[in-house]
Design a protein around this ligand. Structure first.
Ligand SMILES: Cc1cc2nc3c(=O)[nH]c(=O)nc-3n(C[C@H](O)[C@H](O)[C@H](O)COP(=O)(O)OP(=O)(O)OC[C@H]3O[C@@H](n4cnc5c(N)ncnc54)[C@H](O)[C@@H]3O)c2cc1C
Length: 510
């Protein structure tokens, strides 16, 4: 006799989202989280000085704000404290000659920026902005549907009818392009190319990797429409609100509860065992776990099946380092306008990003790492004592397999020197710092293998209907009643919660 309709292993945004949606539909759910608190790659802590609240991992909550969990549970989440703060100046890139090029949530203001720095690209930018309006209704259904599925096939058929063959195939071409191909096709100035290609580096798309164009297109052009949103007081507003919703509808959450095995009988999952030996039975098991780790939780008989073993082919991406700084004042960027943007990208140019990616892929620490410098206290001053600031520095992309115990602090010093070269005086404004190497990321969350912030590479051979692998797509596994969600499954990384919502929907909750 099962005690629960569903046991969810892992309290990331997808596991929590699935739990909340199922609980609201009256299902008896139990969420088991290994850490002492839920959230996974969403966590806010005072890791430098008291009163300085740092988003240790994710900080940009735009995907959640526009995602399916928010759409279904908005009022419930708001009741439990979910509050966003909007940034109307979401991102810019800075360059060594003191220029900056930024996107503002206002078409004419962004166009004025392009006209000033890269006038030769103004027409192309306008054309792409119009193109986003045309393509968004056709791309979004692909991102929001189970893949492969009849529903997605119908949506694609509808798009083909609406767009015509040529425009439809152009959309498919966009999905397959690299950021170099996409940006070279549309832009002439290296600043505009860098502005868009930086977004590929947020996922693991170096400029020459096929498939990077879509995210670069959606983020860079979409920034003018939607800006960016942060969580009021920290990204953990999501976790706190989801906790409230799960409990309100009778769901149970147990933290410090690591699942050590998934029990199965006759090819069917029936329960889990915890690290303390406790056994919990359930009708359905939902694993918010990196797919390649799941065989380690299965018994010998299941683990040795070829279709189960297939998932061990799922590859991690390159890795990420985070540097959290408590600041006396924000960086005084030489490009003064950069002082107003939520994210400042330092590539600087597309060719530098290509070299950075190639070095990291070849196992070498990049000489010119790509940086995302987040300035969240510009829009949310509540994260630091009055007049002070926090800085969120993400180092993209770094190799797997580095001995971070010996390299971490030294490499972080180099990052600070790079920021200093674009914003003299930054070093002197640092009150305290916390370096989180890729190894630290993995020790916080086992899903971030080797410090891969995205729970598995997003290259096209393991994206769309191939995520994580053919026999494990559609959030099903070869083991009956064992479901998977999380960034290692479609629609991939980010705080959108799409895979949790898709699993909940498959189990009867919308
Ligand atoms: C440094 C960094 C910065 C990022 N920045 C952004 C950003 O700004 N915006 C954005 O949209 N995305 C960002 N991302 C990506 C995004 O945060 C993640 O893709 C997303 O949060 C992953 O959610 P998930 O549902 O896959 O679960 P995860 O976050 O992976 O959480 C899974 C949970 O499962 C638990 N768990 C694992 N194994 C077990 C077990 N055996 N038993 C019990 N519990 C277990 C883990 O402890 C963890 O809490 C960032 C990621 C990182 C690492």
């Amino acid at each position: 006799m099962s005690n629960f309709d569903a046991v969810i292993i892992g309290g990331g945004v997808n596991g929590m989202g699935a739990a909340a949606l199922l609980a609201k539909r009256g299902r008896r759910v139990l969420l088991l989280e290994a850490n002492e608190k839920c959230g996974g790659a969403i966590r806010t802590e005072e890791v430098t000085l008291p009163g300085f609240r740092h988003d240790l991992f994710a900080t940009n909550l735009s995907l959640f704000a526009g995602g399916p969990i928010m759409a279904s549970l908005k009022d419930d989440l708001i009741k439990y404290g979910l509050e966003f703060v909007p940034s109307t100046k979401p991102f810019c890139s800075v360059f060594p000659d003191g220029k900056a090029l930024g996107v503002i949530q206002d078409f004419s203001a962004t166009e004025a920026n392009i006209a000033r720095i890269a006038p030769e690209d103004l027409e192309a930018w306008r054309a792409l902005s119009a193109e986003l309006g045309v393509l968004a209704p056709h791309i979004l259904p692909i991102l929001g549907n189970e893949l492969p599925s009849l529903k997605a096939a119908k949506a694609l058929f509808k798009s083909w009818r609406a767009l015509g063959t040529s425009e439809f195939l152009s959309m498919i071409r966009l999905l397959l392009q690299s950021t170099r191909a996409f940006t070279s096709e549309h832009f002439k100035a290296r600043e505009t190319r860098a502005l868009a290609a930086s977004w590929g580096m947020h996922l693991d798309y170096g400029p020459d990797i096929a498939g990077g164009a879509l995210f670069a297109f959606l983020e860079s052009i979409g920034g003018q429409m939607f800006g960016m949103v942060l969580g009021k007081g920290g990204a953990d507003v999501i976790t706190k609100a989801l906790t409230g919703v799960i409990k309100e509808y009778g769901g149970e959450i147990r933290t410090s509860s690591r699942v050590t095995s998934i029990i199965s009988e006759n090819g069917k999952a029936t329960g889990v065992t915890l690290a303390d030996g406790q056994v919990i039975n359930a009708k359905e098991i939902i694993a918010n776990i990196n797919p390649s780790l799941i065989p380690t939780l299965l018994g010998e008989k299941e683990r040795s099946r070829a279709e189960v073993l297939e998932v061990t082919k799922f590859q991690p991406g390159l890795t990420t380092m985070m540097i959290h700084l408590a600041m006396d004042k924000l960086p005084q960027w030489s490009a003064k306008e950069a002082r107003e943007y939520n994210y400042v990208h330092i590539g600087p140019y597309l060719d530098d990003m290509a070299l950075t990616y190639a070095e990291a892929a070849a196992g070498k620490l990049p000489t010119s790492p790509t940086l995302v410098v987040g300035q969240p206290t510009l829009t949310d001053p509540s994260r630091a004592p009055e007049g002070k600031h926090v800085l969120w520095v993400q180092v993209r992309v770094l190799p797997q397999g580095i001995d971070w115990a010996s390299e971490g602090e030294r490499y972080a010093d180099r990052i600070i020197e790079i920021i200093e070269s674009y914003a003299p005086g930054t070093k002197a404004s640092i009150l305290a710092r916390k370096v989180m190497t890729p190894a630290d990321l993995e020790s916080y969350n086992a899903n971030l293998i080797g410090g891969d912030s995205l729970g598995g590479s997003h290259h096209i051979s393991q994206f769309f209907f191939l995520r994580p692998t053919p026999a494990w797509s559609r959030h099903r596994t070869p083991v009956k009643n064992l479901w998977i969600c999380g960034s290692g499954t479609w629609p991939g990384g980010g705080v959108g919660g799409g895979s949790g919502a898709l699993v909940a929907s498959a189990l009867g909750a919308k």
